[in-house]
Design a protein around this ligand. Structure first.
Ligand SMILES: Cc1ncc(C[n+]2csc(CCOP(=O)(O)OP(=O)(O)O)c2C)c(N)n1
Length: 531
């Protein structure tokens, strides 16, 4: 067994199913080692997408996602994808295949210092060397998954990959035991609730990793507390629940903010300020930050609690808090929700994104997975899409990089081949990622891609409007009247609701990837996105 085979064996044992990437010479020993293993090498159009696919595969499968690149430009491309795993907290192993060890540190074609590149965007960046492969890999497997999860980088020189392995495969190291009894946090929460008449709960990115969702829901019901979520936390508590009152900081944010301003205490559960800093919305209200990690906050914020706590242990003990009572009325929540839903749907004679989403929602069952990209549409989808199931509404809200929707959809479909998966993305994001369509075609992934064809980088155009600047550098050109098939993937235009409904049915039944070019009127987004 050589070291490449040792690595593959250990990744198999860790439960990894795919390694995403674009090869070159130094990657070949690893790819060769994957042939005949249960770890499948998936060629992507760019390493950036490989990083996103690894992140989503990791999040959805509960083990590490793996991405592999060549040196230099392969590694820099990969870094953008790995940054997503870093700020959106996904368990990823990013392997860069390098020149032989004797060339490391030399001025060589394509070579840069991979450790310097990955150090700021990973939990660790570890060299693999002859005799030191299994140990760092074992460490990386554990580190990537331990709370908070994130990417770990491994650099594999070519001579190390092909050298005979002198270590035995080793399982992931045991995760460290959690310290801190959550008793103090629970007692302080009880006291904080006792001093509040209008407490509001908000869940965030770290709550997506909680195994105690039911305990929180039972607590919310018993204590009669309203909850809002961030974009990442959508579906981790049911959005059809009568206590759900909105999504923080996305389309029609002022509507949700009005409710925040009614509250006199924010109970933030698994909230990660990377999505939206507390200072942007909490104002003078005391914030009770209940999470595995300390919140990164500025001096302006009024903190009621900010200690790293075992979140799940704390949630399981919320049942100990006797019913406190507060001044919230169900009717107020209902009224607020109705207003929010209506405000998200301004009238327009054209095809609006909100209509696209309503039509799509009708066609998809509760288990279907929607992936969406970054732009004005991100704001609308996050606020408007309703889901009651975890991991069914996927995007980025920490890294917030364009180009996530397509690779996220492909990874989701690989992990859940029996579930419907649809990607919704702006035309700017589509032009950035379109080459990945060939991956969907090659893998035969039956995914409709709904491209929101308005001809603009709308979010940036809206920012220009708000600052009184002219429109420059944001026009993509008019969308094609009769869009051609892309990379052989069939495409249908949808100019109105009727055409769109038909196209979605067609796309869902096609048995392979499809593109639906939805010619949307960007007008309503001007109203909803930052309002
Ligand atoms: C990699 C990257 N480059 C630039 C940006 C800045 N950015 C955010 S949204 C956006 C425009 C997206 O345009 P489009 O996909 O058409 O979506 P729309 O805003 O029209 O909904 C840009 C350029 C980013 N988030 N990520």
């Amino acid at each position: 067994m050589n070291n490449a085979e040792l690595i593959v064996r250990m990744l198999e044992q860790a439960g990894a199913r795919w390694a995403f990437g674009v090869p070159s010479g130094p990657v070949l020993p690893l790819i060769e080692a994957m042939r005949g293993s249960t770890l499948e090498y998936v060629l992507t159009a760019s390493e950036t997408s490989a990083g996103y696919m690894a992140a989503i595969a990791g999040q959805l499968s509960g083990t590490v996602g793996v991405c592999v690149s060549t040196l230099g430009p392969g590694a820099t491309n990969l870094a953008t994808g790995v940054g997503g795993a870093w700020l959106d907290r996904a368990p990823v192993l990013a392997i860069t295949c390098n020149v032989g060890t004797e060339w490391l540190g030399r001025r060589v074609q394509m070579r840069i210092d991979h450790h310097a590149l990955f150090q700021p965007i990973t939990k660790a960046s570890l060299p693999l060397r002859c005799g030191s492969v299994a140990a760092p890999l074992r460490e990386a497997l554990a580190l990537a998954c331990v709370e908070p999860p994130g990417p770990v980088h491994l650099d594999l020189p070519e001579d190390v990959a092909v050298a005979e392995a002198v270590e035995a495969p080793a399982g992931a190291a045991a995760p460290p035991q959690r310290a801190a009894d959550p008793g103090a946090a629970v007692a302080q929460l009880r006291a904080a609730l006792g001093g509040s008449r209008l407490p509001l709960v908000v869940t965030g990115l770290s709550f997506t990793r909680s195994k105690a969702r039911e305990a929180l829901l039972a607590f919310l019901e018993r204590q009669h507390l309203p909850f809002i979520t961030t974009a990442h936390a959508k579906g981790f508590l049911p959005e059809s629940h009568p206590n759900w009152v909105g999504v923080l900081g996305r389309a029609r944010r002022s509507n949700v903010q009005a409710l925040v301003e009614r509250a006199d205490l924010i109970v933030a559960v698994g909230y990660d300020p990377v999505e939206i800093n507390y200072e942007e919305w909490a104002g003078e209200r005391p914030v009770f930050h209940l999470s595995n990690e300390l919140a990164d906050v500025g001096p302006r914020l009024r903190l009621a609690f900010n200690e790293a706590t075992d979140l799940d242990a704390a949630l399981e003990r919320l049942a100990e808090i006797p019913v406190v009572g507060n001044d919230w009325q169900d009717e107020e929540w209902r009224h607020h929700r109705d207003g929010f839903e209506a405000a998200l749907r301004p009238r327009t004679p054209g095809l609006a994104l909100h209509a696209v989403l309503d039509i799509l929602r009708e066609q998809l069952g509760p288990d279907a997975i929607l992936t969406y990209d970054v732009g004005a549409h991100h704001h609308q989808v996050a606020s408007q899409w309703r889901t009651d199931r975890p991991w069914t509404c996927l995007s980025t809200n920490g890294w917030s990089s364009m180009g996530i929707a397509m690779p996220a959809a492909y990874a989701a479909k690989l992990v859940h081949p029996d579930r419907a998966v649809v990607a919704v993305l702006g035309d700017g994001c589509f032009q950035m990622t379109a080459g990945e369509l060939n991956v969907a075609r090659r893998l035969g992934l039956p995914i409709p891609h709904i491209v929101l064809a308005d001809g603009w980088l709308s979010l940036i155009r809206i920012k220009q409007d708000r600052r009184g600047f002219g429109h420059s550098g944001v026009f993509l050109g008019p969308p094609p009247e009769s869009p051609p098939p892309y990379f052989g993937v069939p495409c249908r235009p949808a100019r109105d609701a009727k055409e769109l409904r038909r196209a979605i049915v067609w796309g869902l039944e096609l048995g392979g990837p499809s593109v639906i070019e939805a010619f949307i009127d960007p007008g309503p987004l001007n109203e909803t996105v930052y309002d």
